[in-house]
Design a protein around this ligand. Structure first.
Ligand code: PLP
Length: 466
């Protein structure tokens, strides 16, 4: 396995960043006294400390040190119109002014309207809202188990569906096993659960067929992202998704498309339909909430009804205190309506900016003599991706086609991509995730040029240490 010693580089970056952001450093010292690692979401808690955000608008956030940071994280990839879009904030402000928004505990008209839009735009028959993608995918799996009367679940390596008992196997890559994603990424889960999770490969139809031949008769579902996020920001191939549909059908398993990232990001609706693939269940989250915590399981009535009276209430997906929260539903309905009305303007722009960001990243490093790849190759199915990551393959010219390529530290310098690059860019007041992240409608061509300049700066520093 190839590795580089990055200790000197990361120490240098940490020192420069601490000088750059003294107020954030001080708040983080306070934070560590009560909050585990100083916060509530591991991805945000970068080392040596995260920026502490004070305000945000459009493509920018302002931190407690007063830096105006160009943001490509954009609300965990949810804020496709940028932070605090006026189309949602104005409606929420007016609602709060009118005494509407925090009276959770009742059903209302907004939820009906949000459900109508979601079902219409995604071709689903029934929906139930919840508050996180994690709960949505967990419930979709419970529905699948109940519907099929089976116990096994298949997922793709590197697929992140949230931190529930079925979701925590096959997330992190380990080099000391034959097949890097076959690990359970947490303690505290009984093998009775994790032994039932089969981890197949993303975008490898042959491996999928083999896994189905071996386990298909026992599978309740195959859950897969049509555009994998954490596993490389890359789309499923047409062949792979069609194979998934055919195999689940042939073996009597439920196909769950996890569209928590993909839904409403490439068009004002689902992505499965762009592939010509109709899943049995689909999960949505992130973008559909317009910045508020909204997620959903949607799908065939025959399966969805298992949570309701007609289906005997067999599956306890009964909702939580904040399910269908009025302010969240107002934001969701308003935002989805806006995306539908402006679809022809929003999505081509997102796609063009995303392509420019990828090309900019690759060119900036190439000009500095460092080989990088942004593996969000879109093919004939999806329009150009507004999401991308940056990878540093050791071998010049190497294409990256799967999570096994991108996440394998023997093939790509993952420390450089995931740690050093993020910190290096942050010192240049640019916030990225996995080396790049998501463009939003609020980003401009000039913002992407600024990103390019920041990449140049960082690449020049890297060269001294590689
Ligand atoms: C594809 C996918 N599914 C599910 C989830 C979990 O969603 P949440 O973070 O809202 O619980 C995520 C979160 O990043 C995701 O990317």
């Amino acid at each position: 396995m190839r590795t580089r010693d990055h200790d000197r580089l990361t120490a240098k970056l940490a020192e420069a960043y601490t000088q750059h952001s003294p107020r954030c450093a001080a708040i983080n010292e306070r934070a560590a006294r009560h909050l585990i690692d100083g916060g509530s979401h591991a991805l945000r808690l970068i080392k040596p400390f995260p920026p502490r955000m004070a305000s945000a608008q459009g493509a920018y956030i302002t931190d407690e040190d007063g830096h105006r940071i160009l943001d490509f994280w954009q609300g965990h990839f949810a804020n496709i119109l940028g932070h605090n879009p006026e189309c949602v904030t104005s409606v929420l402000a007016a609602a709060f002014e009118d005494g509407f928004g925090l009276q959770t505990g009742f059903e209302d008209r907004l939820q009906v309207e949000a459900a109508e839009i979601l079902c219409r735009q995604t071709g689903n028959e029934r929906v139930r809202f919840t508050t996180s993608g994690t709960l949505a995918t967990m419930s979709s799996i419970m529905l699948s188990l109940a519907f099929t009367g089976r116990e096994m679940v298949m997922k793709a390596g590197a697929g992140w569906h949230g931190g529930h008992p079925w979701g925590l196997k096959g997330v992190g890559f380990r080099t000391n096993v034959d097949d890097g994603f076959q690990y359970v990424d947490t303690e505290g889960l009984p093998p009775a659960f994790t032994d039932k999770v089969i981890v197949t490969h993303f975008n490898d139809p042959d491996r999928l067929r083999t896994d189905f031949r071996q386990h298909g008769d026992q599978l309740a579902c195959f859950i897969v992202e049509p555009f994998i996020g954490a596993g490389g920001c890359m789309p499923a191939t047409r062949e792979y998704l069609h194979a998934a549909r055919q195999l689940t059908h042939d073996y009597g398993a439920v196909l769950v498309l996890d569209e928590v990232i993909a839904g409403f990001r490439f068009r004002a609706g689902d992505v499965g339909s762009l592939y010509g693939v109709t899943p049995d269940l689909a999960t949505f989250g992130k973008t559909i909430g317009g910045g508020m915590p909204v997620a959903a399981v949607a799908g065939r009535e025959q399966i969805m009804k298992l949570v309701g009276r007609d289906g005997g209430g067999k599956v306890k997906f009964s909702g939580g205190t904040y399910s269908g929260h009025p302010a969240s539903m107002l934001a969701a309905k308003t935002f989805m309506e806006y995306l539908v009305a402006h679809e022809d303007d929003i999505y081509p722009r997102l796609s063009a900016l995303g392509e420019k960001a990828r090309r900019t990243a690759e060119a900036a490093f190439r000009e500095e003599g460092i080989y990088v790849r942004c593996p969000s190759y879109t093919d004939d199915v999806l329009p150009g991706s507004s999401l991308s990551l940056v990878a540093f393959p050791y071998e010049e010219g190497r294409e990256l086609r799967s999570p096994e390529d991108v996440r394998n530290p023997a093939l790509c310098d993952v420390v450089l991509a995931e740690q050093a690059l993020q910190l290096g860019l942050l010192i240049n007041d640019v916030y990225t995730m996995h080396g790049l992240g998501a463009v939003s409608y609020a980003h401009t061509e000039e913002d992407i040029d600024r990103l390019g300049e920041a990449y140049h700066q960082v690449a020049r520093l890297f060269k001294q240490y590689l």
